[in-house]
Each structure stands twice: as C-alpha cells, then as structure tokens.
Design a protein around this ligand. Structure first.
Ligand SMILES: Cc1cc2nc3c(=O)[nH]c(=O)nc-3n(C[C@H](O)[C@H](O)[C@H](O)COP(=O)(O)O)c2cc1C
Length: 137
C-alpha cells in the first residue's frame, strides 16, 4: 500500500547528559513504528542545544531572528503530530522543554500532541503542567 506517511516527532525533553529520556524515546519510537506506518523522528533537545530563549520578538509574530530558532521552527513545522516525552523535575516539566516550547508560536497551534511523562514517582505533575500550558491565553 502506498500513501503519505504521517510524520510523528518525539520531543525528548530532558537535556541532561545522562538521561533515561534517550532510552524511553527510542522505545516509544519502536512501538509507534511497529504499530503504524508513521515516519517517526526524534527531536532530542540536548542535541538540538537551543540557548535560553534569545529571540527579540514574540514568537507569535513568527519572525525568528536566529538560525537556531528557524531550524527548530522548521523541525516542528515538519511534524504532523508530536509526542512530548518529559521527566518530572521539582513538580513540573523541565526548563529545557519549556524553553523549547517558548521559542515557537504558530508551529504549535493545532498540532496534535500526546504527552508521555516519567519520573521518580511517575511524573504526573509534569504531564499536568504541560497539558495545562495548552490553555495559555
Ligand atoms: C532536577 C530534578 C528534579 C526532580 N524532581 C522530581 C520530582 O519532583 N518528582 C519525581 O518524582 N522525580 C523527580 N526527579 C527524578 C526524575 O524525574 C527522574 O530521575 C527521571 O528519570 C529523570 O529523567 P532524565 O534522566 O530523563 O533527566 C527529579 C530529578 C531531577 C534531576
């Protein structure tokens, strides 16, 4: 069967050099690939290496000044859906993931997403916080 394959991006939210997120991301990719014909790509925030948000204009304007912001925007815009993989740090999701989200505006709007959280006690607060961010005014 031929057709257009959905592009699913797994955003690995931990930027720690020794992170279980890499392994979890690989396992999620394996499961999604095995159960669909989706084109799965992993966006590892440690590898992407965004600096703390340094764009002069609001993301909502979509006028990114820096090459790293444009490259990140292009990677997210190229996905049909995203899976946010997030650890729980101090009752929420990590600053690395918040920073990556804050970089962009229109790229997130209407983009189907799922959240997978983990942590010392399962990471429910990280998932709740991240889901709540969708209601941002
Ligand atoms: C800065 C920091 C804060 C953490 N806070 C929590 C927490 O609030 N609740 C929890 O259950 N685990 C917490 N943990 C444990 C992590 O969720 C757990 O070690 C997780 O596997 C780390 O993911 P990573 O290896 O992908 O960075 C914390 C870990 C770190 C590094």
């Amino acid at each position: 069967m031929t057709g257009i394959r959905s592009r699913i991006a797994i955003i690995v939210g931990s930027a720690r050099p020794v992170s279980i997120g890499d392994q979890l991301g690989a396992e999620i990719a394996r499961v999604v690939e095995a159960s669909s014909d989706a084109d799965v790509r992993t966006l590892d925030l440690r590898e992407i290496g965004l600096p703390m948000l340094d764009e002069p204009l609001m993301a909502a304007l979509g006028q990114y000044a820096h090459a790293h912001a444009r490259a990140w925007a292009a990677q997210v815009a190229d996905a049909d859906a995203v899976i946010f993989l997030t650890p729980q740090y101090n009752g929420g999701y990590p600053a690395s993931l918040k920073n990556a989200i804050d970089y962009l505006g229109a790229e997130w709007r209407g983009l189907p997403g799922a959240i997978v959280s983990y942590g010392g006690r399962g990471g429910p607060l990280a998932a709740d916080q991240l889901a709540g961010g969708r209601r941002a005014a």
